[in-house]
Write a protein that binds this ligand. Structure first.
Ligand code: GLY
Length: 368
């Protein structure tokens, strides 16, 4: 049976779009070449951090803030739909100046964020260590972003998969969409490796770093993998409540008694290696933030591929020339944060309810 929508990619973005469209009454099929939620969605650290990630006020920050505001209701809805707790934590984020040169970066952030009326506080060293006694005595001062929160991205991947399935989405797992099918200037489905034609009224490209690799796209889609290494340290009893960021490393405390230390940023193509150089940098950064972590057990290391774009912003919304072709990719460092927003705006467009003005800046047409 011809589907209304084929979503290519079963990460948090693809599943969020599929869930939204299916809840609106569409028949949606997700084509996932392996297992849903096991690429960038699984590798992430789950920081919901507009103030730590955005470099300036503007449409991108607005998008991140809007997504962040959706999170409490999104997490509650997923718990209701699936019984899965996605670990939404609202303790906030501390951004530390540990070295003299870090102060320039923090001063710059504090200046533009406070001028923009954002929730950012400046804390002296004593106040930081009162909030988080495990941070280094070298801490000079910090910014506190009380609204920058976190979620457990692995739980989120399972919850979105489950919620989409419960909404009636069909999953074709282990299936590789290799080409876009078109009828004139309309998307008509995808061709699977092996030759099967999967016809659909609309196609959503949500394949993360792989989204641009399909044949038959109307234009080059400049999404490239940006390699990130990350590791988990045992932290029982928990060392922190806040997410702790610094210019060299971030630490994310998790309820299961681990703290994640991330992440490298490298351009290695599709190679997903964990390297000594990467681990050395992360371990040094983690111990610089919290010296007592020097004796913690390293319990997991991994690497993942952020879907990066030339300007660092996502690619959202319909193709300007091929009807029924929609983009939901390029989320780079913010895929977990943007999942509820991308699910809603791309889902609403699929449901024929118009294209949200917030995505106008982020269309594929900007790449010419
Ligand atoms: N959002 C954090 C990272 O991409 O490393």
């Amino acid at each position: 049976m011809k589907a209304d929508v084929v979503v290519v990619g079963g990460g948090v973005i693809g599943c969020a779009v599929a869930r939204h469209a299916a809840r609106g009454g569409l028949h949606v099929v997700v084509v996932e070449r392996a297992t849903p939620g096991m690429e960038a969605s699984h590798a992430a650290a789950g920081m919901l951090s507009p103030l730590a990630e955005a470099e300036a006020p503007g449409p991108f920050l607005d998008l991140l803030l809007r997504a962040r505001a959706m999170y409490p209701a999104f997490a509650a809805a997923l718990a209701e739909e699936t019984g899965i707790d996605v670990g939404y934590g609202d303790a906030g984020t501390l951004y530390l100046a540990l070295r003299e040169e870090d102060e320039v970066e923090l001063e710059h952030r504090f200046a533009w964020q406070s001028a923009a009326g954002l929730a950012v506080e400046r804390l002296g060293a004593d106040a930081v260590r009162t909030l988080e006694p495990a941070v280094s005595p070298a801490t000079r001062w910090a910014l506190r972003f009380p609204g920058d929160h976190q979620a457990d991205n692995r739980a989120l991947g399972r919850a979105l998969w489950g919620a989409a399935a419960r909404a009636g989405v069909d999953f074709r797992l282990g299936a590789d969409a290799v080409a876009l099918l078109r009828e004139g200037d309309r998307a008509a489905g995808v061709l699977l490796a092996g030759g099967e034609r999967m016809e659909a009224g609309a196609v959503v490209l949500a394949g993360g770093s792989w989204a641009g690799r399909m044949e038959g796209l109307p234009r080059p889609l400049p999404v490239e993998p940006v390699h990130g290494q990350i590791l988990a340290l045992e932290s029982i009893p928990p060392l922190f409540r806040h997410v702790i960021d610094s210019p060299r490393c971030y630490l994310v405390p998790r309820s299961e008694g681990r703290v994640l230390a991330g992440a490298t940023v490298e351009h290695l193509g599709f190679r997903k290696a964990v390297t000594p150089r990467g681990l050395l940098g992360l371990l040094a950064g983690a111990v610089e933030i919290a010296p007592s972590l020097a004796d913690a057990a390293v319990v997991e290391t991994w690497a993942g591929l952020r879907p990066g774009t030339p300007d660092g912003f996502p690619v959202l919304g319909p193709d300007p020339h091929v009807a029924g072709l929609h983009y939901a990719t390029g989320h780079f460092r913010n895929g977990i944060l943007l999942a509820p927003l991308t699910g809603e705006v791309v889902g609403e467009a699929l449901l024929g309810r118009g294209v949200d003005g917030a995505v106008a800046e982020f269309g594929v047409g900007r790449f010419g």
